[in-house]
Design a protein around this ligand. Sequence first.
Ligand SMILES: [Zn+2]
Length: 148
Amino acid sequence: MFLKKSYEEEILQFEDHDNLDTYRTGKGRKEQPFLRKQLFKNKKVGTCGICGNRYPVDLLVAAHIKKRSKCSREERLDYKNIVIPMCKFGCDDLFEKGYIIVVDGKVLRNFKKSYTPHLLEKIVQIESRQCQHWNDNTRIYFEWHQQQ
Ligand SMILES: [Zn+2]
């Protein structure tokens, strides 16, 4: 059973650690197992929140919509809304680096960025998709992300 209380205790334990950077190793962060459990439960297959493709869950990451290091403690604990599944076939990096943004629920290219032709081919494949994770609870995080 995955209890909220134990999650909070675990997260706060990471927070209170003297050197958070020890844990700031990309996808290997200590809280990933908890976030993954929340997102994927015990499923073997999951759906990328950006491209909508289904993949084995070990090819998906629990990605923060709002950059984790910019989140308040309260936001980090908002685990039901702060992370969504993203695939390792581009969506995670494209979103994290701002090549794609989600505006009013729609996946769009970011005109502040420059694209190579090949990258644009990739973007076109996912552009205009509806993000199933965009809702009243997550929109503030997507809005933060699109303003970066
Ligand atoms: Zn994807």
